[in-house]
Design a protein around this ligand. Structure first.
Ligand code: G6P
Length: 526
């Protein structure tokens, strides 16, 4: 996307996400301290520079009083952010409940909560009602700030009801919706009691985007031919590379189309889904990071100081790194158990390697996350007790996030990054690691269930995170990998990460959304 005429004003973009890219901490009755918050979505959207973007979202805090709301609104306005104020009960039922205890695990193939089976229908219903109510509150704020011609870009599973709320009030609004998580097989999606409502609402958008569809993109890249998604034919000459991706044929976008076909009885076309003469375009837009930001950070003196400290601290030992939100989809217990198996089978490595696991606390009001935290602590304690000495432990487990510079330094000194998500929309940590590895050229061990496996797969050791023995063997392979092989894998990844950036992703999505609308208008006129 390029603005043809630089004198024209930038296109206004309203980015709507559950969370604003800043977190707010109250300092007094009418003063707030704002900080950039972590997360894949935030890191990707930081790259939006071509548009005049405003952000609409929840500030992550309960602000019941008017004075506080006014002050926060004013402080956020300076950062081009517009808050949606959600009351405590709505947050509990919508965010902790429907979003994070129902949709999130289901979309990551972890099923639906089963403990209160008898009251399931009732609690589902009240949580779904809160979800719709919250989405309507987001829509109200969008309408309040909307100017004709704005593009509204809705993000993620929290806001699947938003396209419908927006279009109901103003059918001219250009609406795109993008999912950052996997969209599961229709067999999984149909377990949701509200399966129809969610699909129908998403279909109100003009363009629906998913993180991966790399299987198709890869083939396109290789063959430079367009491929009919209804009939994927793998050219013989590409069969060996294609094998790696074969079992991912049913990607997120296709799952969505097939859910609409099977659950709503609509027609799926290569472009998307047709509903009463209206076509909703469905496509994949592989997300990336602002790789330059990471690369530039490595030059900063404070990052260089961190790097020096870390090198001294872990001299004589290889550094393995995991950076995850403390979430069940990240497979942290499985990762640590695989590391234990590796230490058990390779005693010569016991005092020569350390695993640094950064586990950023998240969604701490949801019981499943509390349970996970205790489980991880227990396993780490046991392994450190088993293999630690008076002076060193094999696992350093940190229950907090690191600031950006410390994180870059850590990525830069890492020999092996270990990402074992049980399912992950994309996993941008793998991208961040690669961006910081220009001199070290460390190895990436990556779960085949992360979307990134399809883009960085050829430059990583792919593992099934459920197979502890396989992950342990990959750790050994990574630590012993010859330099030329590491270099080759790194080059592949580095090339991908620095060319498929968040800027490009965002620009492509918005320009595709504009095109989709122009095409739809032309079709109507004919
Ligand atoms: C995932 C989701 C994002 C979310 C992030 C952090 O990456 O796709 O939408 O913001 O997790 O989770 P949280 O619940 O803390 O916003």
């Amino acid at each position: 996307y390029e603005r043809q005429d630089q004198r024209l004003p930038k296109q206004r973009l309203l980015v709507v996400a559950n969370r604003l890219p800043v977190s707010a901490v109250r300092q007094g009755k009418d003063s707030w301290q704002l900080e950039i918050s972590v997360g894949g979505l935030v890191s990707a959207l930081l790259g939006l520079k071509e548009f005049d973007a405003r952000w609409i979202g929840w500030a992550g805090v309960n602000v019941p009083d008017e004075i506080g709301q006014e002050a926060l609104t004013k402080a956020l306005a300076e950062k081009k952010c517009i808050p949606v104020f959600l009351d405590e009960d709505t947050v509990h039922q919508y965010y902790n409940g429907y979003c994070n205890n129902i949709i999130w695990p289901l979309f990551h193939y972890l099923g639906l909560p089963q403990e209160d089976r008898l009251s399931t229908t009732r609690s589902f219903q009240s949580q779904f009602d809160a979800y719709k109510k919250a989405n309507q509150m987001f829509a109200d704020v969008v309408h309040e700030h909307y100017e004709e011609g704005d593009v509204v870009w809705c993000h993620d599973y929290h806001l699947m009801f938003l396209p419908k709320c927006l279009k109901e009030k103003n059918s001219n609004i250009k609406v795109g919706w993008f999912l950052h998580t996997p969209f599961p097989s229709s067999e999984i999606h149909r377990m949701l009691p509200s399966r129809r409502d969610l699909l129908e609402s998403v279909l109100a958008a003009d363009l629906v985007g998913y993180v991966i569809d790399i299987f198709l993109l890869k083939l396109k890249e290789i063959s430079k031919n367009s491929i009919d998604i209804n009939c994927i034919q793998i050219p013989e000459s590409h069969a060996s590379r294609a094998n790696v991706f074969l079992f991912h044929t049913y990607d997120y976008a296709r799952h969505f189309v097939s859910a609409c076909t099977r659950i709503l009885g609509l027609e799926g076309t290569p472009e998307g889904v047709e509903n009463q003469g209206k076509l909703t375009r469905v496509a994949a837009f592989p997300i990336g990071i602002d790789s330059d930001r990471f690369i530039r950070a490595l030059e900063l003196p404070q990052v260089q100081d961190h790097i020096k400290e870390l090198k001294e601290r872990f001299a004589g030992r290889k550094v393995m790194l995991g950076v995850d939100r403390l979430d069940m989809i990240k497979g942290i217990p499985q990762k640590i158990l695989a590391f234990e198996e590796f230490l058990e089978e390779n005693p010569e490595w016991r005092d020569k390697v350390v695993l640094l696991q950064i586990a950023v606390p998240t969604r701490t009001d949801v019981p499943e996350y509390q349970k996970l935290s205790s489980q991880v602590h227990e396993i780490v304690g046991r392994i450190n007790g088993r293999f630690g000495t008076l002076t060193a432990v094999p696992i350093h487990h940190l229950d907090r996030s690191l600031d950006f510079h410390a994180l870059c330094a850590l990525y830069a000194v890492t020999d092996v990054a270990l990402i074992t998500s049980l399912r992950d929309g994309m996993n941008l940590v793998s991208y961040e690691f690669v961006a910081c590895q220009a001199s070290k050229k460390g190895v990436l061990i990556l779960s085949e269930f992360a979307g990134a496996a399809q883009s960085l797969g050829a430059g990583a050791l792919l593992v099934n995170p459920w197979n502890i023995a396989e992950v342990a063997a990959s750790i050994s392979q990574a630590l012993n990998m010859p330099a030329d092989e590491r270099e080759k894998m790194h080059q592949h990844n580095f090339m991908h990460v620095t060319t498929h950036t968040s800027q490009e992703w965002a620009a492509t999505f918005v320009s595709e959304l504009n095109d989709t609308i122009i095409e739809a208008q032309l079709r109507t006129r004919q």
